[in-house]
Design a protein around this ligand. Structure first.
Ligand SMILES: [Ca+2]
Ligand SMILES: [Ca+2]
Ligand SMILES: [Ca+2]
Ligand SMILES: [Ca+2]
Length: 581
């Protein structure tokens, strides 16, 4: 990689000062508090008012669009043997909590997909530096445990994807040890330079590390994680074997792909390169050739414009980071501007529904902390997460309000099962988060209107509703930004969702220029969740009996200043079925 090193020395610096720093500032800004904009109560201008024609394309939707995923950090979820470290048997013990396999019961969360954070052997606690891609982390169990987990999950209708970390290995991987030693077979598995290019990475970090062998190696994240050299065909061939092993021999449903924008550099360009996109096109053909139903979701932690370039023929889906920020900003500020703008952008730019919808992951301040520990705000955030399009991903503990901010270990603390913890019989590898006594599964199970029951009811509702899983989202402008309303539409089922993001009972009006229901339509409650209570089906109809106004539509099916309910409870979510005349 001599020529590559020279290219970098020549061209790296000017690029650094531009794009990379800007992108990292954008990434860092995602967690910063923004003051809420001033409240504006007004009649929405006509060009903001939806012109909703009812066009719908069902072809884009896949099996993964029907699933709600649960992200598990194995080390922190449940410990089966008392060593203080979560493990695969521990997950098996808790599968009935996640989904008992019986759609008739509602005492489970109802999720139908699991993303397991790295399960390969690794020297670190987090596992993103792999030493053996064919192994199971010994702290977590054995391959037999993993196969049993796949089987038990499958029996409950849960499909499992695993973290696949391809950009780099551990510096303790035998490949790297041999490469460093100068073994000609492995030398070019990594990226070496005779001299220190002395250049910083995207967020000002050191990316060239002293190998102790008179040379320097490239590792974009950390010296313990040397980047693999994807210009070496041997590396590509080894990686293909790994992909085939997990899909074919072991039988995982797919992969969450770590840090994919950094995989293949081009000289001085470190991310989102043309070569990187080419690599992922080949990757897509390769894994679909092994299993056409396999599912991938990429981590491309940047703005929507760059993320969408990977979708479809490179990875199936990717996480929508800007939407996560927008949802949390809207809930925090109690107004719909951020979520409306970003959801519109997402609707325009992605193939419909082909992105991961989430609030926060293991690298970010937990959503409960972003929302100041306020359970009412967390409840309305759950509503936005689970009534919108895309594939919902819930980070373990989010459903019971587990809090946490950096350092990273504190974003990944043990799950709160009981008022005393309940994660292990021994000493947990990390302390529990704050407010354990009230923010835990056992306590919240018994409170009908708790955050946990909000999550359960919303996931179950989504499981039962094609419109929530696969429906187009059509915004319905409101006269107050505190109300966030939309249709979820399929030709078979349509729902009207009305969220009050604010703390007051709201006066509001909804506006729509045109709808597919020119003959008019009636609304029937299917769900109502206030800060205190949750009503479903018949209970929702009873709760809202006599309070609903039916829309009076113009000759195009639109309406003006429509109040479906005279007032909206603070931080409440109401969902109505649209029944065309
Ligand atoms: Ca254990
Ligand atoms: Ca069930
Ligand atoms: Ca280990
Ligand atoms: Ca790389």
């Amino acid at each position: 990689m001599q020529s590559w090193g020279k290219l970098i020395r020549r061209n790296w610096v000017p690029v650094l000062s531009g794009i990379f720093i800007m992108m990292m500032l954008a990434a860092c800004a995602t967690q910063e508090a923004l003051p809420p904009p001033p409240q504006v109560d007004r009649t929405p201008p006509m060009d903001e008012v939806a012109d909703f024609t009812g066009d719908y394309d069902s072809a884009v939707f896949q099996d993964w669009n029907d699933r709600t995923y649960y992200q598990i950090f194995v080390r922190s979820f449940n410990d089966s043997d008392g060593d203080g470290i979560g493990d695969l048997q521990g997950i098996i013990e808790k599968l009935d909590y996640l989904n008992d396999g019986d759609p008739e019961t509602d005492s489970d969360l109802g999720i139908s997909g699991i993303w397991l954070m790295p399960i390969n052997e690794s020297p670190s606690y987090h596992g993103y530096d792999v030493v053996d891609y064919y192994s199971i982390e010994s702290d977590y169990g054995t391959m037999e445990d993993f196969e049993l987990l796949l089987e038990e999950a499958e029996a409950r209708g849960i499909k499992i994807i695993m973290d696949l970390v391809l950009n780099h290995s551990s510096s303790q991987h035998p490949w790297f040890i041999a490469s460093k030693r100068g073994d000609p077979e492995f030398k070019d598995y990594y990226v070496w330079s005779d001299t220190d290019p002395g250049i910083e990475g995207p967020w000002g970090q050191q990316v060239w590390h002293n190998g102790g062998n008179g040379e320097y190696y490239y590792g974009v994240f950390w010296g313990g994680m040397p980047d693999l050299n994807y210009y070496n065909q041997e590396v590509n061939s080894k990686v293909n074997d790994i992909i085939r092993f997990w899909l074919e021999d072991v039988g995982v449903h797919g992969f969450r792909l770590d840090a994919i924008m950094y995989l293949k550099e081009e000289g001085n360009l470190l991310m989102n390169t043309f070569s990187n996109h080419e690599w992922f096109q080949e990757f897509h053909d390769f894994y679909k050739g092994i299993n056409p139903d396999a599912f991938t979701i990429g981590e491309v932690w940047t703005n929507t414009e760059e993320v969408v370039k990977y979708i479809g023929n490179e990875v199936d889906t990717a996480f929508e980071f800007d939407l996560a920020t927008a949802m949390l900003n809207s809930v925090r500020g109690g107004q719909n501007s951020d979520i409306t703008a970003q959801q519109e952008k997402v609707n325009e730019m992605y193939p419909e529904g082909q992105y991961g919808r989430f609030l926060a992951n293991h690298d970010q301040t937990r959503s409960a902390t972003v929302l100041s520990g306020d359970l009412e705000k967390q409840k309305i955030a759950a509503s936005l997460l689970l009534t919108g399009p895309g594939i919902p991903f819930l980070y373990y503990g989010e459903e019971v309000g587990v809090e946490g901010s950096k350092p990273d270990e504190h974003l990944r603390r043990p799950m709160h099962w009981t008022p005393r913890g309940g994660f292990t019989e021994g000493d947990p590898w990390q302390d529990y988060a704050a407010k354990l006594e009230t923010r835990n599964v056992e306590t919240m199970e018994d409170e009908p209107g708790s955050l946990l029951n909000r999550y359960r009811s919303l996931i179950q509702l989504r499981n039962d509703s094609p419109a929530l899983r696969r429906g187009t989202l059509e915004h319905i402008p409101s006269s107050t930004r505190r109300v966030y309303a939309y249709f979820r539409y399929t030709p078979e089922e349509s729902l009207l969702v009305v969220n009050n993001l604010g703390t007051l009972q709201e006066d509001y009006g909804l506006f729509l220029k045109q709808s597919p229901w020119a003959e008019g339509f009636a609304l029937e409650p299917v769900y109502a969740a206030t800060a205190e209570d949750i009503f479903r089906g018949e209970d929702a109809r009873e709760y809202l009996d006599g309070k609903i106004s039916q829309p009076v539509v113009n000759d195009q099916g639109g309406f003006e200043d429509f109040k479906v309910l005279g007032s909206l409870e603070a931080r409440a979510t109401y969902i109505f079925r649209v029944i065309p005349e």
